[in-house]
Design a protein around this ligand. Structure first.
Ligand SMILES: CSCCC(=O)C(=O)COP(=O)(O)O
Ligand SMILES: [Zn+2]
Length: 191
């Protein structure tokens, strides 16, 4: 987790203390990054255990869980095969998420990199409102992401993106595909 966070921080996708990562453990637990830490300098002390599907800490007191733990938990509840979640603020993705705030979804077509999101020629990515109360975002994700056919990524308007997969590597690859797609979307002026 620390190695991936360092990599994404170096790419400028986790500036400041932005971003969070989690992995599901056997037995209903998960490991998640602590809140407010530089994701370029994580150590074992910055990784916290939580109940995967509730997002509540397994040990108190302890370092605070990521402020977005409820979003990770919503994804673990919705997708039993989800083993890892990566949230970051990649620049092109975040710009597209801002432009698509009102629409509530953004549709990507034709670019080959769509296949990185499991689609063939068209993919519609949901855009959620960036409510100040993160559990409200998580609740809307739980309501809306009931379709297992949708892509394994979501956008949060004016904020960033969250990707998930069976493993951290798979979630990272999906986030990379989304950022490449958003860059192409902007370069070809498809707003
Ligand atoms: C400084 S970025 C604001 C919070 C955020 O969007 C984020 O991704 C990091 O939150 P965390 O609580 O996981 O550090
Ligand atoms: Zn964020």
């Amino acid at each position: 987790m620390a190695a991936l966070a360092r990599q994404l921080h170096a790419r400028g996708w986790m500036d400041g203390t932005a971003g969070n990562l989690s992995v599901r453990l056997p037995g209903g637990q998960a490991l998640i990054t602590a809140s407010g830490r530089s994701k370029g300098e994580l150590t074992a002390a910055d990784i916290v255990q939580m109940h995967a599907e509730s997002g509540l800490p397994t040990r108190c007191p302890g370092p605070p869980l990521s402020a977005e733990a409820s979003i990770h938990a919503a994804l673990y509840r919705a997708f039993p095969d989800c083993g890892a979640v990566v949230h970051a603020h990649p620049p092109h993705t975040t710009a597209v998420a801002a432009l698509a705030a009102e629409a509530g979804a953004v549709t990507f077509t034709d670019f080959e990199i769509i296949k990185g999101l499991g689609a063939t020629s068209v993919v519609q990515v949901p855009v959620f409102t960036n409510w100040a109360e993160v559990p409200r975002i998580a609740a809307e994700i739980s309501q809306r992401l009931t379709d297992r056919q949708g892509p394994p990524v979501l956008l949060i308007a004016h904020h960033g993106a969250t990707a998930w997969g069976a493993t951290l590597d798979e979630a990272r690859n999906r986030l990379e595909s989304l950022e490449a797609l958003c860059q192409l979307h902007l370069l070809t002026d498809q707003r």
